[in-house]
Each structure stands twice: as structure tokens, then as C-alpha cells.
Design a protein around this ligand. Structure first.
Ligand SMILES: Cc1ncc(COP(=O)(O)OP(=O)(O)O)c(N)n1
Ligand SMILES: Cc1nc(C(=O)O)sc1CCOP(=O)(O)O
Ligand SMILES: [Mg+2]
Length: 540
């Protein structure tokens, strides 16, 4: 049987490993359980099996694949593939060179290649459409399955770079599967986030080993994976994700929800911010807890209307931060991420990038420098001077905010002399292969919040960090019918207006601190957004 290459379904690509079989299962029983429940492509990968045994196993698996009319790919071993007339081969960067494999296999067989960086895409593009049919894009996340890995995990951001390279080098024929550490808790996020910058391409499928091969109930495991792949919405937080533009009326509704739901806002933050952040949270009718105790994060995340503010100025161990992200993601509770000093040092860059790869953030908030760095746009392109002072290049900052929102599938906030909020969530919708149907970062809904300069804001500690507290209060307090974009924009609008009001009442930075809390308290409890001083306007 020859499979027409255009008909290959890469959506759920099982790679075997008989070293992890649960008791009572066999290589064939796990493969058949997968095929019965939605596996669309199989690769036999047995790294420690003698050739004779490998051939026999491959022949058995091939029989089952034929029964389900699913192609069988052989890992590494071109000789075995030819011997049993398999449907294709997968090789990596350190295996037999692709042109040689293609010459042995002939034009009709499926040939896959492991790719981890854009330069490898450039190579396959130069070879043209008769060489590589698909690429395994990885290693996405840490995995114990591949022994002595040569590549460190690239995360969704690394996969985006590969997808961008496929578009850049016009390898439009080449299909893609993500691989490495893929499991139900990250697959939707991967499909959502792994989209080329032009919005035209997302992964064509996911490839995995242990989630099925090591599953005591491989049928159930496969059914769950199939359900995620055939789904279309990643409802990662319990509220509405639609993209309607906020209004003063919708913001008023958000405040009413916060007021009645009194969210628990867990702060994992820097020491300077802790006290002021707690007082800001109380002023906003919410309940602060400044806990960095790993063993209680799951319990806290399950408290009704719990909301996490993760400010990486915190000195908590990274394992605690990861546990907190997991805990809140697991129960669809919101996480506001404040990557303090994002790339100021190698240490911070590594910490922030690790966390950004680790979970789904409901809102990512940063100052101009942090947002520009996250968007990989350096300040030199700014028309004006440094991003933290006057002469803002508004268009560039909005663009950077939209890029962050697009790439992390989040609500991105850039705060400074003016604030902007971009909505990159696409209502949670995702789709294999076709990306965002050509919608790009610059098409994202974006609101600008302005109230003129408030210089004294920069003269107190934790003013930026406490915008994070405000956002966490607002999104934590939403009902399931509350709209996320309204909440984030409302938080920024309130915070900016309160800052302006406090600046007119204070005598200096000391009294500004107090006046800011008073102003937040007053505007929140009055709940009259139409009277606030900051302006709210659509950027696009
Ligand atoms: C679908 C898919 N993607 C990547 C790999 C890894 O192949 P390779 O880099 O050759 O490493 P080994 O699998 O040979 O250890 C794969 N097998 N399948
Ligand atoms: C076979 C393989 N190749 C990888 C790559 O990055 O190229 S990662 C990997 C193992 C993936 O196993 P699991 O789904 O159990 O994490
Ligand atoms: Mg290999």
C-alpha cells in the first residue's frame, strides 16, 4: 500500500518504545489501542533492540497499521524500512544524511527529519520538496524518554522560530509535528502558541511516546489526546475570552463582580512590593495572601476566585514558581505574570524564559523595556530615547505589546507614560495546520490608556508591581460570564486614574504612597468609570 503524501494525517503521531510498557501490555497491544482510538501515524522506535528482533517487531506492527490503514514509519533504520517495505523513515541530525536516505527510499516514501532550529529549515528548503516531507520540531519540553538528548528544550517560542523559518524559506510543502514532553496539560497551549508570525501556519500534529506507550489504559489516554486535538477552544481560565472592546459600562460590571466575589490574590513577589501590594489588594475589595509555600499552592488555587500574581522579582525557588503555575493552570484560575527586569541579566532572562515556557499566563504585564525585550524588539529602534523616559515611540510599543500577546496567547500590558493592552487570546480558539488564518499580531485588538505624565509614580517603590496586583484582583474577581479583556483594561484604567488623582493630593513621594491607596479605594468603591480621568481609546 502506498500512501499519497498529501493524504498523510500528522495530527496524532505515536512513536513506540517497548522499554516503558506497563504490566500486562505489549508493544502491539499499546499500538493497537492507539490506532483504535485515533492515532493517525505510527513510528517504531526501538533504540536498544537487536536487528532481528527489530525486524520481527516491525513486521507485527506493520500488520496492525495496515489493518487501520495508517502509515508505518521506521526510526533510524533505513535498511529495516526497505526490508519490510515500510511507508517511510524518520532520521535525525546525526543519522544518515537526508539526500542519501531519499536516494535509498525512492520518491514515494515518507521521509521525516528532526529539526530544532531555523538553519536546519533553510537546509531542507534548499533541498526542495522532493526530500523532507515532514519535520519533528523539538525538543519542546523536558522528557525522560529520549536518552542523552543533544538539544535543550526549546519551548513553544523555539517552535515558532522553526515555523517562521518554514514560511521565510518557502518550504510550504513541509509538514510539522511537535515532539518532546507532550501531554494533555500542555498540548492545547502548544497548538495555540506554536503559530508562525504571519498567522498562516501552526503545527500539523503532535508526536509523543510515553503518554500512550506508558499508559496502563492506552485507549483512554489516546481518546483524551484525540479529544484535545479535535477540540477548538483552549478555555484556560474560567471567564469569557471574547475580543469585544471594553467600555466604561463593561468595566463597571467588572468592578461589581470583584466587589461581590472578593478574590483571593496570592502574591509571589519581591519583598519591596509585598506590603504595598497587600494594601492595594485590600483597597480593591480583595483578599491578599503573600504565600511562597510550595505545599499550599494547590489548596490556595482551589479557593473560589483565587488569582495568582507571579512577579519574578521574588526570591522563591524556581520549583515553587513552577508548582504555582501548575496549580493555577490545573484549575483554570488566572495567573498574572510580571517578568521583572526581563532580560536585565542572564539569570533573569533564563528564569523568565523558563517560566514563560512552563505554563499559560492570563496576563503578561511589563514596562516598556520588558515588553520590547519580550517581543525581541530592541530599544535602538525607538525613535525617542530610552523606553523608560519621554519621546515614546508609541507605534513601536504597541507593536511590541501585540507581539507578546500573539506569541504567548495572552493579554499583554505595556505600562509607562502611556499604557496599552493587547488581546492575543483569539477567544481561546486554536486549529492544527492553518494557524490563525493569517491574522497577525498587528491585527490584535489593542486599547490605549492615557492620563498624561505622572512623574511621581516613578518616585515610589512598587508602583509598577502594584499594577500587577490590581490586574490580578480584577481578573480574579470575574464571574464565568465576565470578560477577561474588560477586566485587564479596567484594572489599568483604574490604576492610571488613581495615580493621577493621588498626584494632585500628595505633598511628596511619602504621602503619594498613602494617597494612591486612598484613591484606589475611593474610585473602586464609587465604581464610576465614566468619571475617571484616564482616557480609554482603541488603537486599531
Ligand atoms: C516524529 C519524530 N521527531 C523526532 C524524532 C527524533 O529523531 P532523532 O533525532 O533521530 O532521535 P532518535 O529518535 O533517533 O533518538 C523522532 N524519532 N520522531
Ligand atoms: C523521540 C523523541 N525525539 C525528540 C526530539 O526532540 O527530537 S523528544 C523524543 C521523545 C519524546 O517522548 P515523550 O513523548 O515521552 O516525551
Ligand atoms: Mg534518529
Amino acid at each position: 500500500m502506498v500512501f499519497a503524501k498529501n493524504d498523510v494525517d500528522y495530527s496524532l503521531y505515536l512513536v513506540t518504545d517497548s522499554t516503558m510498557l506497563p504490566p500486562g501490555t505489549t508493544l502491539c497491544s499499546q499500538v493497537e489501542a492507539g490506532l483504535k482510538n485515533g492515532v493517525t501515524l505510527v513510528q517504531i522506535r526501538e533504540k536498544d533492540t537487536e536487528t532481528r528482533d527489530f525486524v520481527e517487531e516491525a513486521l507485527e506492527v506493520q500488520k496492525i497499521c495496515k489493518k487501520y490503514k495508517v502509515p508505518l514509519i521506521i526510526n533510524d533504520r533505513i535498511d529495516v524500512a526497505m526490508a519490510i517495505d515500510a511507508d517511510g523513515v524518520h532520521v535525525g541530525q546525526s543519522d544518515m544524511p537526508i539526500p542519501m536516505v531519499r536516494r535509498l527510499l525512492g520518491p514515494s516514501k515518507i521521509l521525516g527529519w528532526s529539526v530544532g532550529k531555523p538553519s536546519e529549515v533553510e537546509t531542507l528548503a534548499k533541498w526542495g520538496p522532493d526530500m523532507v516531507d515532514y519535520i519533528g520540531v523539538g525538543t519542546l519540553f523536558p522528557t525522560l524518554t529520549k536518552k542523552n538528548p543533544k538539544k535543550s528544550p526549546m519551548g513553544p517560542q523555539g517552535a515558532i522560530a522553526v515555523l517562521d523559518a518554514l514560511e521565510e524559506f518557502k518550504a510550504i510543502w513541509c509538514r510539522t509535528v511537535g515532539i518532546g514532553g507532550l501531554h494533555p496539560d500542555n498540548i492545547q497551549r502548544v497548538i495555540c502558541q506554536c503559530v508562525s508570525s504571519n498567522g498562516k501556519r501552526s503545527l500539523d500534529g503532535i508526536s509523543l511516546v510515553s503518554d500512550i506507550m506508558a499508559a496502563p489504559d492506552a485507549c483512554a489516554a489516546t481518546k483524551r489526546l484525540r479529544g484535545l486535538l479535535d477540540g477548538s477552544k483552549y478555555q484556560f481560565v474560567d471567564c469569557k475570552l471574547n475580543e469585544t472592546f471594553p467600555t466604561t459600562a463593561s468595566i463597571q460590571s467588572v468592578i461589581s463582580q470583584v466587589s461581590s466575589n472578593r478574590p483571593l490574590v496570592q502574591h509571589i513577589t519581591n519583598k519591596v512590593h509585598q506590603n504595598f501590594g497587600a494594601n492595594v489588594t485590600l483597597a480593591l475589595g480583595s483578599s491578599p495572601i503573600m504565600s511562597e509555600i510550595e505545599s499550599e499552592v494547590s489548596e490556595l488555587a482551589r479557593i473560589p476566585n483565587a488569582s495568582l500574581l507571579l512577579n519574578t522579582g521574588s526570591v522563591a525557588p524556581i520549583e515553587t514558581l513552577k508548582a504555582a503555575i501548575n496549580a493555577y493552570n490545573e484549575v483554570n484560575r488566572p495567573i498574572t505574570f510580571d517578568p521583572v527586569g526581563y532580560s536585565a541579566t542572564e539569570t533573569r532572562l533564563c528564569l523568565n524564559n523558563t517560566l514563560l515556557t512552563y505554563g499559560q499566563f492570563t496576563c503578561i504585564k511589563g514596562n516598556c523595556s520588558e515588553i520590547l525585550s519580550l517581543a525581541k524588539l530592541n530599544k535602538d529602534k525607538m525613535k525617542g530615547v530610552d523606553a523608560n523616559s519621554g519621546n515614546m515611540d508609541i507605534n513601536l510599543l504597541v507593536r511590541a505589546t501585540q507581539i507578546v500577546a500573539f506569541q504567548y496567547r495572552t493579554i499583554a500590558v505595556c505600562t509607562g507614560e502611556f499604557d496599552c493592552v493587547a488581546n492575543g487570546i483569539f477567544d481561546g480558539k486554536y486549529k492544527l495546520s492553518s494557524g490563525t488564518a493569517g491574522i497577525t499580531a498587528e491585527d490584535l485588538p489593542c486599547m490605549i490608556i492615557e492620563d498624561g505624565p505622572i512623574p511621581i509614580m516613578g518616585d515610589i517603590t512598587a508602583s509598577g508591581c502594584s499594577l500587577g496586583s490590581t490586574i490580578a484582583c480584577f481578573i480574579g474577581g470575574l464571574n464565568s460570564t465576565g470578560n477577561l479583556f474588560d477586566a485587564v483594561v479596567g484594572a489599568v484604567l483604574l490604576y492610571k486614574s488613581a495615580g493621577k488623582l493621588a498626584s494632585t493630593r500628595c505633598q511628596g513621594s511619602g504621602s503619594f504612597h498613602v494617597q494612591l491607596i486612598d484613591a484606589l479605594y475611593q474610585l473602586f468603591h464609587e465604581n464610576k468609570p465614566e468619571s475617571w480621568s484616564a482616557s480609554l481609546k482603541k488603537f486599531n
